[in-house]
Design a protein around this ligand. Sequence first.
Ligand SMILES: Cc1cc2nc3c(=O)[nH]c(=O)nc-3n(C[C@H](O)[C@H](O)[C@H](O)COP(=O)(O)OP(=O)(O)OC[C@H]3O[C@@H](n4cnc5c(N)ncnc54)[C@H](O)[C@@H]3O)c2cc1C
Length: 383
Amino acid sequence: MSGTPQQGREALIVGGGLAGAALGILLARQGRATQILEQRAAPQHQVCGEFLSREAVEYLEQLGLQLRALGAVAIHAVRLHARTAIAACELPFPAMSLTRRTLDEALLLLAAREGAAISRGRRVDGLMRSEDGWRAALQDGATVTAPTAFLATGKHDLAGHRRPPGRQNNLVAFKMYFRLLEEQQRALSGWVELFLFPGGYAGLQMVESGMANLCLLVERSRLESCRKDWPTLLGHLWRSSTALAERLNGAKPLLAKPLAISSIPYGMLPSSALDGLWRLGDQAAVIPSFSGDGMSIALHSAHLAAEIYLHGGTAVEYAKRLRREVRPAVSLATMFSRLMVRAPALAQVVRLWPGVLAHCASYTRVPERALLTEALRLRHRRA
Ligand SMILES: Cc1cc2nc3c(=O)[nH]c(=O)nc-3n(C[C@H](O)[C@H](O)[C@H](O)COP(=O)(O)OP(=O)(O)OC[C@H]3O[C@@H](n4cnc5c(N)ncnc54)[C@H](O)[C@@H]3O)c2cc1C
């Protein structure tokens, strides 16, 4: 799988995360010569809440992944803790959780089995227009050319292809796995929990192998007041949310240090693609974490790009349609995300109307009518 990049393949996909690997599978299945260049040499953990909405689950199962067999756990309900207020409700759809390390690896292996050429440990430093398409310049000095290029580098921008800023740019993300005590695990099992604290919010849920994923977003200014120090930040969280302190008190951190990422352009929407480059996943649109489901947008963008490309359409048509389909969810989720950082206002709303949680979860997803899944077609046929 970590082969030498192959020249002259029809489609070059830069980035083998969710969007890139999914597109690789779809193109290879149609017999298109596809090359994926992925910077990571081996599976790694990623900063992600790892909550898979129904749309993401349907797209992944349609691609051929057996999520249960990979260890995914079911999530059926959501609980929001805001200061002393607690709101809880069943999710309006079945959901799952699975570590990205497991999920991304399974997708890349499937892409390879379908016939895509995968080169791992190959970082692309530049992607330029050439006479007959695109030329990728790799960090190791090699170049790869192809008539069509798909940019799927997720959270990482390529020089010359930087994304514009979003509408909420001041958040820093952290993630840590914990081994919970037995009673903590029982209380969390089947739930995704959100905790609001001054300057940010956190999500906690079980993933496979009995691990709990704590993923959080904090305003840069708040992080600075915590001296950019993880134990100090955790202390701030615990003082602000007794519920979170209860959930994690005595739990064992499983990573030597938390994973972190900054400069996330939340609220960014697809641009016009006039340069002919197909942008997928987080390179196309960035929906705030926890209030929207970025993974289903990434998978949807891959399916939409494959459908339009295989029918001879252009990157411009694709970008326009993706923008139309995801814009309402991205805008609404960005509004919710801003509200969540201002915890006191939201606490009042959830106290008065706990069902608001289910509504938020419904309206911040890829709209059902836009989905390209067989399960949706079946639901419509039955209706
Ligand atoms: C804090 C946080 C929590 C989140 N929680 C959730 C959640 O619970 N549920 C949800 O649905 N979404 C969540 N998301 C969003 C989700 O993680 C993203 O939307 C999704 O990963 C986007 O997929 P992608 O394929 O575009 O990018 P990625 O998954 O980031 O994949 C990009 C790939 O490209 C590779 N790459 C990058 N640069 C290069 C390069 N120069 N050369 C070669 N390869 C390169 C990377 O190694 C990576 O494998 C969260 C995001 C954040 C930040």
